[in-house]
Design a protein around this ligand. Structure first.
Ligand code: NOJ
Length: 538
């Protein structure tokens, strides 16, 4: 069995650099900090996490109005994070350990401090004027259309530049002007940016708001129900332009061996997301599947999310899953904020699901220890869109800076940092971290999990179960969402899927001690409430 492309079977770990590891005591994480933690991520032994790739959120020069997603120079490193030499060192140290490096590419908008925009706004006839979306005011002097910023607090997506008397478009903050993607020079310049990083050895890109670049060229108003699922918006996802842009990126990336383009397509309808793979699978190799972010903690909800995604995928396209990221509440906090012990158990079940479904798992830093969203008092709030809690620093150890910094952290540390941290969990075989490591290393040993088929089983409504299979290896996964201990009849469920099996062995479990290589009767599988198991079928 060949596993195929690394990005299909590998585990990707998202690093939010500002909050991962500070190396110089300024309270802000940086690139040398990441390098110093590579052994934790994968030193080639099961004592490390074992991830195959890291995706690093933006570290480019930026005024940090949107913490790096406002890029002032696409081909350099912000002094907060280090230098290009630090980046080269990080890539070479990562590669030495077999860890691939994916960087964030932010093509929809630049910072208003980017020299392109500074030139563009300087006069109406500046050669860079057409690199951004400038329009005259509406007859009443207001914005050219009704488009709104994604950030609710911003309001209109247009800001008037009094000096030149025109409005410019910004899908996010006024400090993030949108590039004009109908302009061929913009397209060429941004493909050069990709080449700059490819030449430096990166293994791929996470493309920020990959659906936003193409807009209705007539800038028509959005319909009143623009936020409703299925609404035909005019400020994003404009076909066929978006597909041309992505095909061009892909051609650039395919000029190099073995690289990945994974796009953030924040559209919750799977049938629309999968269009970003391209009709000939010549656009994104992966489009982020965010369907788990909004599911209530119920087995049928996740079962349906998986089935819908699998059904929507074009032949040959590969799925992926994520539980959270720097924009969304952490799984640990989402699934039962009122009861911390239960929330941790559920976080393990969610992690087992992420690591055993068919598709590339994207882990967000801290998920492996069950880190919760931080509590950020009003005077420490720095993000315009309420996302500080999921960005509080990585909890490495007990003590004043949590092992993250020797200085004052840029965001407050999580309340549980002294107890929920890497050091405390590393040597405890029953910890979430030990469980996550076991699950990742087990996954590595299993072609069925990394590359096999999936069949959803239906043993009972509160249990999500599926079969992963590849020649000669069959694994059944059963996850309880109800909190009640139970006996599950997997024999009947498997038979429903056309599989005849009576005995198996529990090879991986969220509960300490539950995995035992002894033979069990599949007709009466003991499944504790809020737990999950993987059973190798005999
Ligand atoms: C999506 C990023 O994940 C988010 O953090 C950012 O604010 C927007 N895109 C704008 O770049």
């Amino acid at each position: 069995m060949t596993l195929g492309d690394w990005w299909r079977h590998g585990v990707v770990y998202q690093i939010y650099p500002r909050s991962f590891q500070d190396s110089n005591g300024d309270g802000i994480g940086d690139l040398p900090g990441i390098t110093s933690r590579l052994d934790y991520l994968n030193d080639g032994t099961p004592g490390s996490l074992g991830v195959d790739a890291i995706w690093i959120s933006p570290f480019y020069p930026s005024p940090q109005l949107d913490f790096g997603y406002d890029v002032a120079d696409y081909t350099d490193v912000d002094p907060d994070y280090g230098t290009l030499a630090d980046f080269d060192e990080l890539v070479s140290e990562a590669h030495r350990r077999g860890i691939r490096v994916i960087v964030d590419f932010v093509p929809n908008h630049t910072s208003d401090r980017h020299r392109w925009f500074v030139e563009s706004r300087s006069s109406r006839d500046n050669p860079k004027r057409g690199w951004y979306v400038w329009r005259d005011p509406a007859p009443d002097g207001g914005p050219p259309n009704n488009w709104r910023s994604t950030f609710a607090r911003v309001g209109s997506a247009w800001t008037l530049d009094p000096a030149t008397g025109q409005y410019y478009l910004h899908s996010f903050l006024p400090g993030q002007p949108d590039l004009e993607w109908w302009n061929e020079d913009v397209r060429a310049a941004m493909n050069d940016v990709l080449r700059f990083w490819l030449d430096r050895g990166v293994d791929g890109f996470r493309i920020d708001v990959a659906h936003k670049m193409a807009k209705d060229p007539d800038l028509g108003d959005n319909p009143p129900d623009a936020d409703a699922p299925g609404a035909r918006r005019r400020d994003e996802d404009w076909e066929p332009a978006i597909h041309e842009i992505l095909r061009q990126f892909r051609r650039t990336i395919d000029g190099y061996d073995d690289r990945l383009a994974v796009g953030e397509v924040f559209i919750l309808d799977p049938r629309r997301v999968v269009r970003y793979y391209g009709d000939a699978l010549d656009e994104l190799q992966l489009a982020f599947n965010f369907s788990f972010l909004r599911q209530p903690w119920r087995a049928p909800a996740f079962r349906e999310a998986v089935s819908l995604y699998e059904a929507a995928l074009p032949a040959g396209a590969w799925p992926d899953y994520a539980l959270s990221n720097h924009d969304h509440s952490r799984a640990r906090s989402r699934y039962d904020p009122a009861d911390p012990m239960r929330a941790l158990r559920r976080a393990r079940v969610a992690m087992l699901m992420l690591l055993t479904l068919r598709g590339t798992p994207f882990l967000y830093q801290g998920e492996e220890i069950g880190q919760a969203d931080g509590e950020v008092p009003p005077e420490r709030v720095v993000d315009v869109d309420g996302r500080d809690p999921e960005r509080t620093p990585m909890q490495w150890a007990a003590g004043p800076g949590a092992g993250f910094t020797t200085g004052e952290p840029w965001l407050p540390l999580g309340r549980e940092a002294n107890t929920v941290n890497v050091a405390a969990q590393s040597s405890d075989p029953d910890s979430m971290l030990s469980f996550t490591r076991r699950a990742i290393w087990f996954r590595k040993s299993s072609a069925a999990l990394r590359a096999g088929t999936i069949r959803i089983l239906d043993p009972e409504p509160d249990v999500l179960a599926y079969l992963r299979e590849v020649d000669g290896e069959r694994l059944a996964v059963a996850l309880d969402f109800s909190g009640r201990d139970r006996r599950v009849d997997l024999v009947t469920a498997l038979r429903g899927a056309g599989v005849d099996a009576r005995r198996g062995a529990v090879v991986l479990a969220t509960e300490a001690g539950a995995a035992a290589a002894t033979s069990i009767d599949l007709q009466a599988v003991e499944l504790r409430g809020d737990s999950g198991i993987v059973v190798r079928l005999a």
